[in-house]
Design a binder for this molecule. Structure first.
Ligand code: GTR
Length: 328
């Protein structure tokens, strides 16, 4: 009897030990990405998923859904916030309506150039934006490149703000971009990325604005052949995880996930540089007319009202802009 009891006890202890030693139940995550196969962000997000799976021995399985099949960007941001989706690669442009402080990076000409944006985002100011986003349920794990955005349209080359007067321009979902186009004399329409090609080809809009890889991958160059290098926006992108998902991870898994995101960002930035050149060459070879805006000052001057307006609603953002400008 004694033997039986101690045997039973021993077996129970062993069973418990086996339970704790067994790998935790597999986590299944769904991830959102707007871009198609082969795009730098797509390749990088797949690498991220692979590294997370490899380093957790398959305990965390992230399935990436590319080409925006899980919905528009504003919807996907909400889905990651609520935890319905675990991960998203988001542009900080459409983040502004949810994280007001994120509007700082959507201010036209706020960064000097793309390397400046990276220096800012990889430092203390980037951490500050992460903290602001975390308050709204999104944890930024790493920052991706999105180059500089320029105006393009089906009517004429843009050389001065006067050329924009009366033009119907698609912008990302954020009031700040509506004001930006209005300040140049155009009419802005916020619209989902997936609807832009059709709207350009039917003349619902005359133009839009984006970087070379997106201008090329979407085929917009086929229906809006004048690309004018205004480089008015340099907006970073995040690999963002739902805070509710993040908070449940062990410290060891947090480390794996963050490192994998950072490694993917490193790769994304390399791929981005290559793709930007390729996309430029491709659109030019297919007949797009690209012009350099030699004098950006009139565009920059016109943005004063956008800044004034923004600071009226968020006076505390002024110090953040100053911090950005202080990063050399
Ligand atoms: C792209 C960006 C996307 C999306 C798109 C747009 O450059 O990578 O996330 O924001 O622009 O214009 O909607």
């Amino acid at each position: 009897m004694k033997f039986m009891r101690s045997f039973a006890q021993g077996a129970a202890v062993a069973a418990c030990a086996a339970l704790t030693a067994a790998p935790a139940a597999a986590e299944s995550w769904r991830g959102w990405n707007i871009h198609p196969e082969g795009y730098p962000n797509t390749v990088a997000m797949d690498l991220f998923a692979k590294e997370v799976a490899d380093k957790t021995g398959g305990r965390i399985k992230l399935t990436m859904y590319h080409s925006g099949v899980l919905g528009s960007q504003p919807d996907a941001i909400e889905q990651v916030r609520s935890g319905a989706l675990a991960i998203g690669n988001f542009n900080l442009g459409p983040m502004g309506p949810i994280v007001p402080m994120a509007n700082v990076v959507s201010l036209p000409f706020v960064f000097n150039d793309v390397p400046h944006m990276h220096r800012v985002m990889d430092g203390a100011v980037g951490d500050f934006f992460s903290a602001e986003m975390a308050k709204k349920g999104l944890v930024a794990l790493a920052w991706y490149d999105s180059g500089a955005r320029s105006l393009y349209n089906s009517k004429r080359p843009i050389k001065t703000p006067k050329d924009v007067v009366g033009m119907k321009i698609r912008v990302m979902n954020n009031d700040i971009f509506v004001k930006m186009i209005a300040a140049l004399g155009g009419n802005a329409t916020p619209m989902a990325f997936s609807e832009v090609y059709q709207s350009l080809s039917t003349g619902v809009i005359d133009g839009a604005e984006n970087n070379y890889p997106s201008y090329e991958s979407t085929g917009h160059f086929e229906v809006a052949g004048f690309y004018s290098i205004t480089e008015h926006l340099i907006i970073p992108e995040c690999v963002c995880i739902a805070k509710s998902v993040w908070d449940k991870l062990s410290d060891a898994d947090k480390k794996i996930v963050r490192e994998a995101a950072r490694n993917s960002a490193k790769k994304q930035r390399e791929l981005w540089a290559e793709r930007s050149k390729k996309s430029f060459d491709l659109v030019v070879s297919k007949g797009a007319k690209v012009n350099t805006v030699t004098d950006k000052k009139p565009f920059q001057d016109a943005m004063k009202v956008v800044y004034d307006d923004f600071f009226k609603t968020m006076p505390e953002a002024k110090a953040v802009v100053e911090k950005i400008r202080a990063v050399k």
